[in-house]
Design a protein around this ligand. Structure first.
Ligand code: ZN
Length: 489
């Protein structure tokens, strides 16, 4: 924890030294998925970005409470106050209960994230399970004078909030005064006083299936209320980090700040972090553009834009090769390069484990650990960390080619840097040597040890029986001067 970690705060637009509100503890809230469709790259990037933050803060010794919500109600089409609820619409089209839709896609989301080796959050609250908390929040905002009831719905009064605080737009940089003075094109039909006002509670139309009782109408909460209500419930009035994709800055996070400030006088958190967006072949990803590729389609290669399947670790490695605040452009060429780079590092790790130590080292490897820390401490700069691993790969291969030497202590140090940074912090894993492969390796080693013991005891019956039985199931054993080895025939 003595490491000086710099975090880029979207609110101040500068890198700040990370200092948690409570010594040794970190509260982090990240906006999770709206579960009405399969996970895609737009889900993978924030999940992986904040997985890195979660892993690294834990590595530094903090106790981290990581809350990532599931939006299963209130997220309307067009990300605004209008249109049909995304989950309700899917339920209507597929003739399912809305909660069936939410559960089905939550399960699929978990499955895809598990494959990407994204750790599960500490708490994963559902919006539909926190309607009471959201109603209480809306009541408080009304009591403070920053919301009004209109025809059974409740709206946040952006004009009054702006006049009192001058804060609307503080995160996104939107100039709200201009919006308030120029946009009065609302027709007489609208329930809102200003177009900039956003819904805290919506009265449900008769055909709307997801509905709850409230003091104002039978209806449902606005999209922005869930994160304010659940963040406050599980992390307190002020917590350390609030994260999400850059596309959520406005209106979602801006509105979260407004809701919290209306009630408490200050925003919900100390640091706002946002990951940048993903493009595909230079284009924005969108269902209408035909370039909307789900994670399952990446894993199986079953989309017309893909020339092959890509493993979850290739996707993870590719995302980590860019800094989280940079855009990432997906193309087959870029993914193939990531696949190569990733397997090169996995190969080098195997080489590292089999290096023969020397009495002295001809290369200095002591600086790599600190270099990796320096990169992580500079706002989680994963591409720089990865570049250090390619440097280490060169050293390891040189030693393996007998053109340089390393002591056992230096080999162990490199192994430890790989284990700590590549596997624990970046969360990569060797897909080729899955758990089963490791078990088979372990079992075979044990069998060959028993056979070597039998041979040492001149128990030829046992040693021959082991060799013949293995041959019968397709495993050939070769005796060499350093002991026996095995391979699949
Ligand atoms: Zn949110």
């Amino acid at each position: 924890m003595e490491q000086n970690l710099l975090i880029h705060n979207s609110l101040t637009r500068t890198k700040e030294l990370f200092k948690p509100l409570t010594e040794g503890r970190v509260g982090m809230y990240v906006c999770g998925p709206t579960v009405y469709g399969d996970g895609h790259l737009g889900h993978a990037r924030p999940a992986i970005t904040f997985d890195i933050v979660f892993r690294y803060l834990q590595h530094l010794g903090y106790k981290v409470r990581y809350v990532r919500n599931i939006t299963d109600v209130g997220h309307l089409e067009h990300d605004a106050d209008e249109g049909e609820d995304k989950i309700a619409k899917k339920a209507r089209l597929e003739q399912l209960e809305p909660m069936e839709v939410a559960q089905y896609y939550t399960n699929r989301y978990h499955n895809a994230m598990d494959r990407l080796n994204v750790l599960r959050p500490s708490i994963e609250p559902h919006a539909s399970g926190h309607i009471i908390e959201q109603i209480e929040l809306v009541e408080k905002i009304i009591d403070k004078g920053y919301a009004y009831v209109s025809n059974g719905s409740v709206y946040f009064d952006v004009r009054k909030y702006q006049e009192d605080t001058k804060k609307y737009g503080c995160l996104s940089g939107r100039v709200i005064d201009e919006m308030l003075s120029t946009t009065r094109e609302l027709d007489g039909q609208s329930e809102k006083r200003e177009t900039a006002d956003f819904a805290l509670w919506k009265k449900a139309a008769p055909e709307h299936i997801m509905r709850w009782n409230s003091p104002w109408s039978v209806g449902f909460p606005g999209w922005h209320t869930e994160c304010t209500a659940m963040g406050c419930k599980y992390l307190g009035e002020t917590f350390d980090i609030h994260g999400g994709g850059m596309d959520l800055m406005f209106p979602h996070h801006e509105s979260e700040i407004a809701q919290a400030t209306a009630v408490t006088g200050h925003g919900p958190c100390k640091y706002w972090m946002h990951n940048n967006m993903i493009t595909i072949n230079g284009q924005k990803m969108g269902k209408s553009l035909g370039n909307f590729i789900t994670l399952d389609e990446f894993f199986t290669g079953s989309h017309k834009l893909l020339t092959q399947a890509y493993t979850p670790m290739t996707i993870r490695f590719f995302i980590l090769q860019a800094h989280y605040r940079s855009t990432v452009d997906f193309s087959n060429e870029a993914l193939q390069a990531a696949e190569k780079g990733y397997s090169r590092l996995m190969q080098v790790y195997k080489t590292l484990k089999s290096l023969q130590p020397s009495k002295s080292s001809s290369v200095d490897v002591k600086e790599y650990r600190q270099k990796c820390y320096d990169a992580m401490n500079d706002d989680f700069n994963t591409p720089i960390v990865i570049s250090h691993f390619f440097d280490m790969a060169k050293v390891i291969n040189t030693v393996n080619d007998k053109k340089a030497t390393l002591t056992q202590a230096d080999i162990d140090e490199l192994k430890s840097v790989f284990d700590t940074f590549l596997f624990d912090i970046l969360g990569l894993k060797d897909e080729a040597s899955s758990d089963n492969t490791q078990i088979v390796d372990g079992l075979m080693q044990m069998i060959l040890d028993v056979r070597a013991q039998a041979k040492a005891n001149k128990d030829w019956t046992t040693s021959d029986k082991i060799r013949d039985t293995l041959a019968a199931i397709g495993i050939s054993v070769k005796d060499g001067k350093d002991g026996a080895t095995w391979e699949l025939k």
